[in-house]
Design a protein around this ligand. Structure first.
Ligand SMILES: Nc1ncnc2c1ncn2[C@@H]1O[C@H](COP(=O)(O)OP(=O)(O)OP(=O)(O)O)[C@@H](O)[C@H]1O
Ligand SMILES: [Mg+2]
Length: 278
């Protein structure tokens, strides 16, 4: 339903999922924004708490060029909403299904943009826990944004058990699938799956059949393929980076996003925004 929502004029329903809907809208000052609100069917149960949590995480984060910023938040007729910077484009899943050349033309920037955003999030003490193509947006200029902080948790001092009900199994490391203690290295694994898929259009643990993904993820001896096996343009050093992200044991992955991010910038030849800021 288009029309008014508090001070906002709603235009087009951009996306809707399990509990939220995202509209393009104009605010009282005439700015075009993305209005993310809870669906009326999700005003009870755990959804409002999750939504509020995602909003609070975003509020605490310093602004970052690769994170869609929040402009406003509140409630209209009991429906919580947040107004976000409107990204004119699509999420990574939608882009790859469209087979639009914009993604391939900007693939290095997309990868380091995601890494920069995660590095920023982790350095603020949060892990995302739902890194996947649907939670990464790319605008029409090829600029990348990380979104959706509803499942974010504080990075524990040492790996800890979390009851994370949401999340998407194909992007979860074995420790998360098994309900074992985890930390920020779960995001490093999910980042590895997302980048592998971006480069090859398939998941690293699919093996012969997509329905074997979970079984392969949980098999410590599963031979993780090189991304270059499916996309010859992937350089050997990027293969190696992804294999490290996708290690079965968290101890064998990159210790943190900053180290991984720095290596990605070097290998992909993209200037580090951290350095630019200095
Ligand atoms: N700032 C934005 N600008 C434009 N589109 C957006 C923006 N934020 C989100 N979207 C679109 O809405 C989709 C869902 O956003 P988001 O991940 O924040 O919601 P969600 O909580 O995952 O939804 P649900 O849990 O209901 O599935 C994104 O994949 C994207 O297509
Ligand atoms: Mg989402």
């Amino acid at each position: 339903m288009t029309g008014k929502f508090g001070d906002y004029q709603l235009h087009e329903l951009l996306n809707s999922g399990g509990m939220t809907e995202i509209w393009s809208a104009t605010d009282a000052r005439g700015r075009l924004v993305a209005l993310r609100r809870l669906q009326t069917g999700s005003l009870r149960g755990s959804a409002p708490k999750l939504f509020k949590h995602g909003r609070e995480v975003l509020e605490k984060l310093a602004r970052h060029p690769h994170i869609a910023g929040m402009l406003d938040h509140g409630k209209v007729d009991g429906i919580p909403f947040m107004a976000l910077e409107l990204i004119r484009g699509a999420n990574l899943r939608q882009w790859t299904l469209r087979e639009d050349s914009i993604i391939d033309e900007n693939v290095s920037d997309v990868i380091v943009g995601m890494a920069d955003a995660l590095d920023h999030l982790h350095s603020h003490g949060w892990m995302h826990l739902d890194v996947k193509p649907e939670n990464v947006m790319v605008d029409l200029r090829g600029h990348t944004y990380l979104i959706d902080f509803d499942t974010a948790r504080k990075i524990p001092r040492k790996p800890k058990e979390f009851d994370v009900a949401s999340g998407t199994p194909a992007y979860m490391p074995p420790e998360q699938l098994l309900g074992r203690p985890l930390d920020h290295r779960a995001d490093i694994y999910a980042f590895g799956v997302t980048v592998f898929e971006l480069l090859t259009r398939r998941k690293p643990f699919e093996g012969d059949r997509p329905d074997l993904t979970r079984q392969n993820q949980l098999n410590e001896r599963f031979p993780v393929p090189n991304a270059s096996q499916f996309n010859p343009a992937v350089p050997a050093r990027l293969n190696a980076i992804l294999r490290s992200c996708l290690e079965y044991q968290a101890e064998k992955r990159y210790p943190n996003m900053t180290v991984l991010n720095a290596q990605l910038h070097t290998v992909l030849g993209v200037e580090n925004v951290r350095d630019k800021a200095r």
